[in-house]
Design a protein around this ligand. Sequence first.
Ligand code: ATP
Ligand code: MG
Length: 451
Amino acid sequence: MIRKFISRVLGRKDLAPRPDAAIIAVAQHGLRREQISRGCQRTVETLQENGYQAYIVGGAVRDLLAGLTPKDFDVATNATPEQVRQCFRRSRIIGRRFQIVHVSMGSETIEVTTFRGHHGEHAGNKAQTDAQGRVLRDNVFGSQAEDAARRDFTVNALYYDPSSETIIDYHHGVADLQQKTLRMIGEPKTRYREDPVRMLRAVRLAAKLGLTIDPAASRPIREMADLIDNVPPSRLFDEMLKLLTSGHAVRCVTQLREEGLHNGLLPLLDVILEQPLGECFVMLALEATDRRVDEGKPISPGFLFATLLWHEVLAKWQLLKAQGEPAIPALFVAMDEVLDVQCGKLAITRRIAGDIKDIWGLQPRFEQRSGKRPYGVLQQPRFKAGYDFLLLRAASGEIEPAISEWWTEFLYASDEARAALLLPPQPGEARRRRRRRRSPARQLENPDSTA
Ligand code: ATP
Ligand code: MG
């Protein structure tokens, strides 16, 4: 009790934001505290009652001001992680590089971050960077003004206080949002060098919020795009996934190409989009993904990456077949080659790689429409994803629509109707099957035969 009181009184002196910050009243910005989740309001209140500064910050404030529903709520405070933890019974500190606190409020988890500070200005505080200037460590606490300055875009540096319903704005973020501009805080080239992922964030946030990237921030992207190669694969994967599942994937990818940012990110964005059939396939896949996001349906990363990489696989597969390799083993070789390269670049996890392979591996099996095999295909755990993939291949003109139409009919038909749909065995099929039964390669050709 006494400690609380003392910290409240002592804390007061730095509770006021710096004089150069604009304090924007609710009449001007229109964001009401009821729009903030209950758990987040309580988190902020509790911190404030304990004498700390606490604000809702980042994407949630930005999205609410733009009329979008935020994904989650982040809180920024001047309390250290340990002090935050002491304020909440159900909370834990996570993260090694920069500690944050997860506060549980009912079913909600609120991420509470301590204000981060500058580096470089004081000896001993210098940020560690790699040879290209990318910041490797970034774990100095600071004031609210410093915290604002190290955020990426002005619209992301708004601090909302639910108790007074005011926004503290150091970088004209509210005005930028109203003028539909995505503006970098600080000098864009320096900021991209510190963290090249900001180039991808610029594209994603502009597409999501319908903002124009300020020319000063978009101009350097083309020449600095190669810095993306330097980003750890797991981070790139997370960011690409965010971009592709943002609900605006088509707009993002189009913009990535306009900004010259696509090279090296994914083969889709290099080679595939330059082939008319590949571009059509990828764009159809992204449109379908955007539609699913819009309808609130889940997105499978495996399916998404399977579509993005498919034409790369197809090109290798065709090459191997032309060299005389049997079709099915050739497909598996092509799949492995493509995934090896991409897993290195993008840190596609083993589980997702497994999903991708299942979807690709089903494709040649859709060609078999006689005998018992179509029933086996229906039983495959990834059948639905493989079938959706088949529909995209047909829609893009890669395969005969007759194949996907047949599967649609077969899928929804009764038992008798299914039997009637089966095609007569292809000439030579019975002989092939007999031979295969003796062949050791059988497992590969018919991977579910033992399932
Ligand atoms: P969304 O949640 O829609 O992906 P977001 O802006 O909330 O968008 P987060 O990754 O949740 O993105 O980051 C929260 C906040 O942290 C951002 O709004 C921004 O202020 C800051 N931030 C995130 N990434 C960076 C970065 N690379 N450089 C500087 N600030 C960043
Ligand atoms: Mg966020």
